[in-house]
Design a protein around this ligand. Structure first.
Ligand code: G6P
Length: 378
């Protein structure tokens, strides 16, 4: 596979711009309308009995893939009603949870080659296979961009995220495509387990179908403005990212993107945890980027932002223009949508901001120091 940089200065920017097409392709490939029932189906070829037997889920992943898995956990628990745990693959290898029956293990790795993830899956297959009781047998799904890879050989049940080759070391479009895969899985489980009404499922599907246009708009709106913002912030030393609920992993991913390519110290926290320590870091020199999307925790995130403002922090909001968001000194507006799909939108301005800060610093955005696209050693 080859990848063309087109007219973009870096692969990373091109890959951020690939995201509307990835959404379009995903909808075409994985969303099917059953004309008899008028219901949407997710075109994953897993056996219904297999999915129906699953009572809990363990997910192993590293880096950005782990952040997608954390959004996945939120969806699988809150939408599909299945208890789910997410593990750093490197930790899982040496302190796996006690074995429970009817567990699905999901390995998430865009490259399909990350040593810790591959080893964690191998270990899980081994320890489950050694138990005679069938309810403890290994049940596995891989979420990957490389079907022909080590994880593809380990696990026959694959969700191919179909993002096309990603060159930039900092993952952007593969993160977006991994998120989509989890939406598909959450819908599939919700249908099989009956954990959501058809109406709720159709509503979520409808929101997903709007994605290509919404992401396109976000790119148009934020590319230049985040370049300007980057101009003011490129020399900053520390940045704090806050989110709650389904967007807490987006705060982590926003911070990881900035660290990886700009070498600026950045940390993501669940906004409610600020008062238990991180708030001590705040002053005029530490901008706080807060993801505030309308829904269950919107008011809470705004009041956490107020606490940061009271400590003189410069507040950047990733939020729609709505009541409450006037608190932000700078607003990266995102459309006001159903809360479930908000991570797929909130991540886009954060990717652009990190990109422009690193580019402004004159750094090698596609090949950041000390990092590799896939880490095949422990
Ligand atoms: C490396 C890359 C990260 C990536 C992680 C997991 O550390 O630098 O960007 O998120 O590996 O990669 P995977 O291929 O398993 O998703």
């Amino acid at each position: 596979q080859v990848s063309d940089k087109k007219n973009f200065k870096h692969y990373m920017l091109k890959e951020i711009y690939d995201q509307p097409d990835i959404a379009k392709y995903w909808l075409e490939k994985y969303l099917i309308k059953d004309l008899k029932t008028d219901q949407f189906q997710i075109n994953y070829s897993f056996d219904t009995d297999f999915l129906n037997s699953i009572e809990r889920i363990d997910i192993v992943a590293c880096g950005t893939s782990k952040h997608s898995a954390m959004v996945g956990k939120f969806l699988l628990e809150q939408f599909s009603g299945i208890p789910t745990n997410v593990f750093f693959a490197s930790e899982f290898r040496y302190s796996p949870p006690p074995l429970l029956c009817n567990t699905l293990t999901i390995g998430v790795t865009q490259s399909g080659e990350t040593a810790d993830t591959i080893a964690a899956i191998s270990m899980e297959i081994k320890r489950r296979s050694s138990i005679g009781d069938r309810s403890f047998k290994p049940n596995l799904i891989a979420i990957t961009n490389r079907v022909e890879s080590s994880i593809g050989r380990q696990i026959p049940n694959i969700i191919d995220i179909s993002a096309g080759i990603e060159i930039g070391v900092a993952a952007t479009k593969t993160f977006f495509a991994q998120l989509l895969s989890f939406y598909g899985l959450a819908i599939k489980f919700a249908q099989i387990k009956g954990s959501q009404s058809n109406e709720n499922i159709n509503q979520l599907v409808l929101e997903l179908t709007k994605l290509p246009g919404l992401v396109e708009e976000l790119l148009e709106k934020h590319n230049e403005s985040s370049e300007k913002l980057a101009h003011d912030f490129f020399n900053i030393k520390d940045v704090i990212f806050l989110g709650r609920g389904i967007n807490y992993p987006i705060a982590l991913e926003g911070a990881l993107k900035l660290k990886e390519i700009s070498y600026i110290n950045a940390a993501g926290y669940p906004a409610g945890e600020m008062k238990h320590g991180p708030i001590a870091l705040l002053d005029k020199k530490v901008p706080v980027i807060s993801i505030a999307t309308p829904g269950q925790v919107f008011d809470k995130v705004i009041s956490n932002a107020q606490e940061a403002k009271a400590r003189d922090a410069y507040l950047i909001g990733v939020a729609p223009q709505c009541n409450g968001t006037e608190i932000f000194d700078y607003l990266m507006t995102i459309p006001s949508t159903n809360e479930w799909i908000s991570p797929l939108l909130a991540i886009v301005p954060l990717q652009l901001l990190s990109y422009h800060i690193a580019s402004h610093r004159g750094l090698d955005v596609d090949q950041p120091r000390n990092l590799a696209k896939s880490v095949t050693v422990e």
